[in-house]
Design a protein around this ligand. Sequence first.
Ligand SMILES: Nc1ncnc2c1ncn2[C@@H]1O[C@H](COP(=O)(O)OP(=O)(O)OP(=O)(O)O)[C@@H](O)[C@H]1O
Ligand SMILES: [Mg+2]
Length: 248
Amino acid sequence: MESFERVSTGIPKLDQMLGGGLLKGRTYLVTGETGVGKTILSLQFLLDGLKKGERCIYVSLDERIEGVLRGALSLGWDFWEHIESGLFYPFEFRLFAEDLRRFGKESKAFVNALEKIAHGKAINRIVLDPISALAAGAREELVIREYLREIVNAVEERFGATTMLTCDIPTGSNKLSRFGFEEFLSSGVIVLGIMRFYGKLLKTMYVRKMRWSKADPSIYIFEIRPLEGIVVLEPLSEKVDESMLSKI
Ligand SMILES: Nc1ncnc2c1ncn2[C@@H]1O[C@H](COP(=O)(O)OP(=O)(O)OP(=O)(O)O)[C@@H](O)[C@H]1O
Ligand SMILES: [Mg+2]
């Protein structure tokens, strides 16, 4: 029996891997090393909502928003038309280490800022990209943890939106997230990776955790293509088997 309402990621194969899509109103983490495609995946998720007439907020926490939107245009994705139609609210937010203590006590200020952007209208999808930048510069883990937890809780309670957080992890690390606790705040974790394979770089994707769903345990290969964005291809194991066979 299906008891949850599902929301598409905008990537049909990833929806399948997640057991039917994201659970509506929950928070998800997209994690991976730099340049692997986290921002693109999160924009694809918003684009899917925008095409369905949903209201979406994108918060850029490290890059200039113009840069992100222009980058998306290189894939053929025009977000400006959705700004004009009043559905898309891109937003840039920089937080400096000195502010973090203050915000740690009143992280609701961040959520209030989001609420202001939405002008009190219902919001269906939110992306915070990357959430690790929110806590950059803070030394005390407890402050970061409380700060991020309050943001995630408040966003879930006040907006009821399906939220995607991206998180960059240091290159070559085996960690799932930057601080090691972001995954516990989320209902699911999607891990993007890059690996070397016969002198080429392969992009990989798998679902590390998915609450209340039977997730696909395989690691898949994906590509980033114009217009389509992220396209999930065959499981990594098939690629490896193929290359073994070709050697025989
Ligand atoms: N127009 C394009 N066509 C094909 N691939 C692209 C295009 N633009 C970007 N890419 C691919 O997407 C990758 C960058 O994706 P993205 O910006 O989503 O990564 P990221 O994980 O958010 O990185 P960061 O942690 O630095 O923010 C590039 O490394 C490149 O391989
Ligand atoms: Mg990015």
